[in-house]
Design a binder for this molecule. Structure first.
Ligand code: GDP
Ligand code: MN
Length: 386
């Protein structure tokens, strides 16, 4: 889960990382009030989950409250790389002497943490990595060993951080690593990490991504869940607690159980010349209600011309799935598009029997995944939404 800058800074602050004083605002008037309280030059920063805000005009200084209000009204509502700005961060402006880069992330391939550090801060780090790799230190950290002084020294020297700043930046790196590990982050990035006029290290920006599998030990993360920023269908799927949903471009709706089976289903649909309209993995043990919700969400997409339900029953029972399909069709007042159901595994025969006996219009069963996909693709081609 990607956080907004001010949320990332909230986490940084809780681990003792120096960040500028600041508050989020959803209106120009609120931005003005915050600037009045600070009584100094402030910086107004667009809060969107995308980098390069500075270049896009989403980061601006304001020398007094009136200007803060005016700048906030310019930035609120702005579109930055497809993200609408709904909130700004109003911060006491930083006194920047130098700008560096620092981050910790998970390097799955190396089965280790990766710490990065560079004297070339404030700019796009991918560009530094590509054009001036000698200025970017990349240091792997064994998770069982943790961050040692030797890692910090390799980050500082490798990143060509000036010696005068080693003590300050080194201390911030140690705190950042704590926040990254104990805060259950996938990524904790500071760009720029600044040295102020009086020689102090401060995190001027924060890019934090939380590891959602650790959410069970962080009840405080609930406030970061921003369902409003999701596309409507994905939001509904999340609200209904429906596993993993992703909208795609095609016209064949896809429901599977298990990420592997669902991804294979997308491949098989493509193999028969079709285009999947979505990915929906309803997970293991899906009951009739989950099935009914899943069908409802997919059929709410008007692009969908046919629906392929591909279930391999393990802990999921195919008779439950069949009942869910019937329940969904009843709730929706009939199948609006053809539905092809392939059931295999636990109670598959019972499931197919339930569907055949009820025989709702437009619902077909198929024995194999290939047969089902081929049929769904053919039906999508001819199908029409009434
Ligand atoms: P990003 O472009 O989305 O990464 O946003 P940043 O928070 O990194 O801001 C971009 C740039 O704006 C920084 O590299 C700084 O040069 C500048 N900036 C950000 N905050 C301040 C501030 O408080 N004072 C000054 N003078 N410049 C700032
Ligand atoms: Mn930045």
């Amino acid at each position: 889960m990607d956080l907004l800058e001010y949320q990332g800074k909230e986490i940084f602050r809780s681990f003792g990382i120096p960040v500028p004083e600041g508050k989020p605002a959803k209106s120009p008037k609120r931005a003005r009030e915050i600037a009045e309280k600070f009584g100094s030059t402030v910086v107004i920063k667009a809060q969107v989950r995308v980098g390069g805000r500075g270049k896009a005009g989403g980061v601006k200084l304001a020398k007094d409250p009136a200007e803060a209000e005016q700048v906030a009204s310019q930035i609120l509502g702005m579109d930055i790389k497809g993200h609408t700005v709904r909130e700004v961060l109003v911060e006491k402006a930083g006194d920047i002497a130098q700008e560096f880069y620092a981050s910790f992330m998970l390097d799955r391939g190396a089965k280790a943490y990766l710490g990065m550090c560079s004297v070339k801060g404030g700019v796009d780090i991918e560009t530094v990595a590509a054009e001036e790799p000698d200025y970017l230190a990349k240091v792997h950290i064994d998770p069982l060993v943790g961050l040692q002084q030797s890692h910090i020294r390799r980050m500082l020297f490798g990143g060509k951080i000036p010696a005068a700043a080693h003590k300050e930046v080194g201390a911030l790196l140690a705190l950042l690593f704590r926040a990254f590990v104990d805060g259950d982050c996938d990524l904790a990035e500071v760009n720029p990490l600044i040295i102020t006029g009086d020689g102090k290290a401060v995190a001027l920006d924060a890019k934090v991504s939380l590891e959602e599998n650790a959410a069970f030990r962080h009840p405080e993360w609930a406030k970061y869940k921003d369902l409003k920023s999701l596309p409507k269908q994905e939001r509904t799927a999340k609200e209904l607690g429906l596993g993993n949903f992703l909208a795609l471009e095609g016209n064949v709706g896809v429901i599977g159980n298990g990420a592997g089976l669902t991804m294979s289903t997308l491949d098989v649909v493509a193999n028969f010349g079709g285009a999947p309209a979505n990915f929906l993995d309803i997970g293991g043990g899906a009951n009739a209600e989950v099935m009914a919700n899943a069908i409802g969400v997919i059929l709410s997409d008007r692009k969908v011309r046919s629906l392929l339900v591909n279930i391999f029953g393990g802990i999921t029972r195919c008779d439950e799935v069949a009942r869910g399909i019937l329940a969904a069709i009843e709730t929706l007042g009939g199948a609006k598009v053809p539905i092809v159901v392939r059931l295999d595994g636990t109670n598959a025969d019972e499931g197919r029997t339930i569907l055949r006996q009820a025989a709702p219009p437009k619902v077909e069963t198929a024995e194999t995944m290939n047969e089902a996909a081929q049929r769904a693709v053919a039906l999508a081609g001819k199908g029409r939404r009434s």
